[in-house]
Design a protein around this ligand. Structure first.
Ligand code: BES
Ligand code: MN
Ligand code: ZN
Length: 489
């Protein structure tokens, strides 16, 4: 179960500040003026807070800077955290300040004296996002309870606002848990079981097994998993929160629980990172969880293709020709270009079954997108300017990097095969674009579609504002907002 920090809310009680055991966080705006809570903490500590201000520490500070006073005399607290933040901050600044608090949250309790800050709920959200840790395989990790007590004006209103946000955090944490999980634990079966468990949240979850996938003709998806002992699966998650007859948004995720490359084996160095090759499926799962938890008034269907790409005597060989559910044949030149083979069958199935109002696929698809965009932006490919604009806007509002990339006929012709309808790779130039072109062959003209190549952003080697090293949960916030913007109004 994802570990989301718990929060409780109450009116500001200045007298509670002296005796609180744990961390006490206060907010100070760059102008250095202290609110009632900060004044009380200042008085209790015989002017320590004012000294920070007078020393000019706030002038160089930005949102997200935290100045910590350890074991302050005059208080029971283990520390006072001074968070620098405007009284009416931007959404992203408020989250950043909250994240600074989340990062230092230790076992036990913290008290946030937020007063009447206009973005208090966003501060709480930032703290919850950044307090995440992946500890199930640490034998010395005791069960941590990260409880945050929020003292603020209008606590009921703040609580209602924060509850919706914490649903999103819990979804993002599920994405991170799945993406961080090693492949011997997160097998295709374990993945499907974790999704099936979300039925308790009101999602309809179906698991399609190999015999059904064969009947459906998903030859490209199945050829990827055929070298593994773990059975290939497609999981369909439906959230029906909108009008009964409204066409759903379809989210499709690449769920390669481990990508060795198959017979086109990857080099040993860094191969362990390929436990995150189910990151797209992880995001889809986390978004579905968030939508269910917050009771979104929209119809959204999430589909994930779960396979393991292994070399064995049963594995697909370079040169093999396979047939997709659509009927198109594919010459598999390189078994390491497997993500597109998984996605194209799930995308076709999604369109045939649901006639979606829009379709967004997410995949850790190409190393080339990391060469192009690094770890700052996901690659965005689309056949529909309006949907694409809406997504880019949602991503920007949420502070999740996303950059549009081109599609075009000339790239498409790089997929020509001598003996089949197409090859599964286009060569080294424009590797991310030819991968997207491959996918577009499985998108119906009438389906507005976005492909998100998240190979660079799903899991990172240095911390980001809202996440520690490892899985980021990139995309959960943006997709949740897109659903809100486009399907709930
Ligand atoms: N899962 C990889 C892409 C990837 C690389 C994800 C690095 C995350 C980090 C994908 O299946 C793959 O192997 N792509 C190949 C395609 C090539 C064979 C055309 C690649 O990018 O090298
Ligand atoms: Mn691969
Ligand atoms: Zn892969």
């Amino acid at each position: 179960m994802p570990n989301v920090m718990t929060a409780t809310y109450a009116e500001v009680d200045l007298d509670a500040l002296a005796g609180f055991e744990g961390r006490v966080a206060i907010l100070i705006a760059p102008d250095g003026k202290l609110d009632a809570s900060a004044r009380r903490v200042n008085r209790l500590t015989k002017g320590a807070v004012a000294r920070v201000v007078d020393a000019g520490k706030l002038e160089e500070a930005r949102a997200g800077t935290v100045i910590t006073l350890g074991y302050p005399a005059g208080m029971a607290a283990e520390a006072v955290d001074i968070l620098c933040l405007e009284r009416r901050p931007t959404l992203l600044d408020a989250r950043k300040a909250g994240a600074a608090l989340g990062k230092v949250l230790k076992d036990g309790n913290a008290l946030l004296a937020a007063g009447s800050n206009s973005k208090t709920a966003q501060i709480v959200f930032g703290a919850a996002m950044r307090a995440y840790e992946f500890t199930p395989h640490k034998s010395d990790a005791n069960a941590k309870s990260r409880a945050l007590k929020v003292m603020c004006a209008k606590p009921e209103e703040i609580e209602a606002e924060a509850d919706t946000l914490l649903a999103i955090a819990e979804g993002a944490h599920m994405t991170r848990d799945l993406t961080n999980e090693p492949a011997n634990v997160l097998t295709t079966t374990e993945f499907a079981d974790r999704l099936k468990a979300m039925e308790s949240l009101g999602l309809e979850v179906e698991v399609l097994e190999e015999d059904e996938l064969e009947k459906l003709g998903m030859g490209t998806l199945l050829c990827v998993g055929q070298g593994s002992d773990s059975p290939s699966k497609v999981v369909v998650m439906q959230w029906k929160g909108g009008e009964p007859d409204a066409k759903p948004l379809a989210l499709i995720g690449k769920g390669v629980v481990f990508d060795t490359g198959g017979i086109s084996l990857k080099p040993a160095g860094g191969m362990e990172d390929m436990t995150m090759d189910m990151g797209g499926a992880g995001v889809v799962s986390g978004v579905m969880r968030s939508l269910a938890l917050r009771g979104a008034k929209a119809n959204v269907v999430g589909l994930v293709g779960l396979v393991e790409n292994m070399p064995s005597s049963n594995a697909t060989r370079p040169g093999d020709v396979v047939t997709s559910m659509k009927g198109d044949t594919v010459e598999v030149i390189n078994t390491d270009a497997e993500g597109r083979l998984v996605l194209c069958d799930v995308m076709w199935y999604a369109q045939e079954r649901f006639e979606p109002a829009g379709m967004i696929d997410l995949a850790t698809l190409t190393g080339a997108i990391i060469i192009g965009l690094g770890h700052e932006n996901a690659g965005v490919f689309s056949n529909d300017d309006a949907l694409c604009r809406a997504f880019l806007n949602a991503a920007e509002q949420e502070g999740e990097g996303a950059w549009r990339m081109p599609l075009g006929k000339a790239y498409d012709s790089m997929l020509k095969s001598r003996i089949a309808d197409m090859k599964n790779i286009g060569g080294r130039p424009a590797g991310s674009i030819t991968a997207a072109q491959f996918l577009q062959r499985f998108v119906k003209d009438e389906t507005p579609w976005i492909h998100l190549d998240i190979a660079g952003v799903a899991s990172v080697k240095s911390e980001t504002t809202l996440a520690p090293v490892g899985a980021t949960g990139w995309g959960v916030m943006a997709l949740n907002r897109l659903v809100q913007d486009m399907f709930e109004n």
